[in-house]
Design a binder for this molecule. Structure first.
Ligand code: ADP
Ligand code: MG
Length: 232
């Protein structure tokens, strides 16, 4: 699936929200590493795909009506064998039936469980004056409660990427906090520049939310992604 075919499928279906699988395909094209991810339409398929990807895996609901998957009970992490996958599948379906009874369900996504890292987020939104703007922040409570984030207008110069990471109050966390593995700042600068470059050439994309990315000492991987298209 190419970016163009993902966009035209969504347009045909009159959707502007891309699901996690489509969004990660778009990230791949932009040069952002993501977890391997597949769509399973049944429990049996989820088990087969888990075996193929290798345990541990993560199961998540795929539905055009559910944007915050964990709030709806639609995310199950660190599943170590087929029994755990089967149980997680049933639990997700039961939770969605209860919490989002009207949601159209496409299936569940199966993906590799990424090892923990420093959680960061990259976002893109469009400002009426400035056009595409990138946001960078350290994940979790730092973003949600302390709003410790930085912004730059697209296109970013290398210096913008350097600054927007270093100006965060939480920057020391990236350098390794209390013996925790640091996140590689140069790698994250590279990701910001790749996203900038990508959205500059893709005016069809209205918003991007890569939340979270796990940063490691020698790399980084996107474990969740959401892309919203312009409504033509
Ligand atoms: P939501 O739609 O609620 O944002 P996410 O896909 O972000 O759902 O999953 C919730 C949390 O689960 C993430 O913030 C992350 O901490 C963890 N998580 C999600 N996917 C993975 C994965 N593949 N490997 C490890 N942890 C993951
Ligand atoms: Mg998320």
């Amino acid at each position: 699936m190419t970016v163009d075919s993902i966009i035209s499928t969504a347009r045909k279906e009159k959707r502007v929200y891309l699901n996690e699988i489509e969004s990660k395909q778009i990230l791949k094209e932009a040069g952002i590493p993501t977890t391997e991810i597949r769509l399973a339409k049944s429990k049996e398929e989820a088990i087969t795909l888990s075996r193929k990807l290798g345990f541990p895996v993560v199961l998540k609901i795929v539905s055009p009506d559910i944007i915050h998957k964990s709030d709806a009970g639609g995310v199950k992490l660190n599943l170590k064998d087929e029994q755990e996958v089967a149980k997680a599948f049933d639990e997700i379906m039961a939770a969605i039936k209860k919490n989002e009874p009207k949601a159209k369900i496409e299936g569940v996504s199966v993906q590799n469980m990424a090892r923990p890292g420093v959680e960061v987020i990259i976002g893109m939104s469009k400002d009426p004056q400035f056009g595409p703007v990138l946001m960078f922040g350290l994940g979790g409570i730092l973003v949600e409660i302390l709003k410790d984030v930085s912004f730059r207008i697209v296109p970013l110069a290398p210096r913008d990427a350097r600054e927007m990471i270093r100006e965060l109050k939480g920057y020391p966390i990236l350098q390794g906090y209390r013996g925790q593995e640091p996140g590689n700042v140069e790698v994250l600068e590279g990701l910001l520049l790749k996203v900038s470059n990508f959205v500059e050439n893709r005016p069809e994309i209205k918003e991007m939310d890569i939340n979270p990315i796990f940063a490691y000492k020698d790399g980084a991987i996107a474990v969740d992604a959401r892309v919203i298209l312009e409504s033509e």
